[in-house]
Design a protein. Sequence first.
Length: 461
Amino acid sequence: MLRDAVTRITRTSSFRLALQSAALSVFGAIIVFAIIYRASESTVRSALEATVTSEQADVISDARDDASILKAVQVATAESDGTFYALMDPSGKLLAGNLALSPQAAQTWNGWRTMGRDDGISLPPHITAIHGLSTKLQNGDVLYVAENASALEALNELIRNAFLAVFGTILAIGFGGGLFIARQTLTRVESMSKTSHDIMEGDLTRRIPLNGTGDEFDRLATNLNAMLDRIEVLMENLQQVSNDIAHDLRSPLARLREHLELARHHTREPATQTAFDEGIAQVDSALSIFSALLRIAEVEAGARRRDFKVVDLSTLLRDLVETFETVAESESMTLTAAIADGLSVAGDRSLLAQMLVNIIENSIRHSPAGSKIFIEAGPRHPDHVEIVISDNGPGIPPEEYTHVLQRFVRIDASRHSPGTGLGLALVAAVVELHNGKIDLRANNPGLRVSILLNDATEHRA
C-alpha cells in the first residue's frame, strides 16, 4: 500500500516540477562551483608557477658550463626551502638534486606538470604532490624544478567534497520537498475527485471543501462549487418540471382512457367498440412511452445510486426464468438457463429486474415459434459477473448494434410489432448506472446480449 501511495505521488505534476526545480538548482551549483574552482585553482597554480620560474631562472643564470650548472643545482638544493630540483643526463641518470624521478616519470615529464607518488616520484610524507617545469639544457641534460603542490591537491579535494555535499543536500531537499508538495497537492486533487465521484453517483448536494488559504485550488473549488450550485438548481427545476408533466399529462391521459372505457360499455355497435378499443390501445401506448421516458430520465440522473444494495443476482435470474418459461411455452418457444450460485452485484434490484425483463421480452417478441432462448450467468475474472441472454431468432444487423441502444430506434424488421423503441435504451441506461458494459453480438443465428457488472465485493467492503 505504501509503495502504491509513493508511486501515485511521484507521478504527480507537482512532484515532477519540484524535481525540475532541484535539477535547475544542481545545475546552477555546478556552474558556481566550476567558476570558484577555476578561479581558486588558477590562483594557486599561478603562484606555484611564478615561484618555479623564478627558481629555475636563478639556477640557469648562475651556470656558464656543465660544471657550473651542476654546482648551481647542488647549491640551490642545499639552500632549498621546499623547492625540488633534479638535474638528469640524457640517459636518465640523476646528476644532482633532491627529487628522485623514475625513468618513466622523467620521460613523461615535458613542460609544466603536476605529479604525485603514483607517477613514479619519491616525496616526503607530508607532501602529496608537486607542480613543476622540465627544461632541456644545451648540453642535453634536463633540469627539473618543482614546488610543493599539496595545497593544490587539498583545494581539489575540498572543492570535490563541498560539491558532493551541496549536490546531495540539494537533491535530498528537492526530493523531500517534491514529495511533500506532491502529497499536499494530491490530497487536494483527491478531495476534488472524491467529491466529483459522489456527484456522479447522484449526490448533487456534495461540494468541494475549501482549504481557506485563498490559493489557486481554493479559487478553482469556489468556481466549481458555484457551478455545482447552478447545476443543482437546474436539476431540481428539471425534476419539478418532470413531476409537473407527470401530473399534468398522465392524469388527463388516464382520465381519457377511463372515459373511453365507459363510452365503450355504453355502445353496442361492433364498429364503434372496435374504434374505442383502438383508442384505448393508443392511450395505453402513450402512457407506456411516457412512463418509459420518465424511467430513463430518472436512471440517467444517477440519483438511484445512493440506494444501491447488494442484490442476489442468482435468485433474481431464477425467478425471472421461472416467470418467463410459461410465457415462452405459450409462444411455442423454449427458455433454458444455466445460472451459477452465489452471484451478487451492488445495485438497484427493481432496475436490474426491469433491464433483464426488457431483454427477455425482446427475445420472445421478435423470435418466431420454435425458437430457443438461453440465459447464462456466472463469475468473470477479475471481480465481474457476466449475464448472457441469447436466442436463435432473426437477430439484429451488426451495423444497428449501436443504434438500437438509443431512444425510439426500431429496425425495419420490428416496426410492425408492438413496442416503443425505448426498451433497449432503458437497458443501456441501467447498465451505465451500474458502471457495467453491454455488448451485442450475432448468435448465428439470432442475437447474443452480454452484460458485464461489477460484483458486490467492493460494496460489501
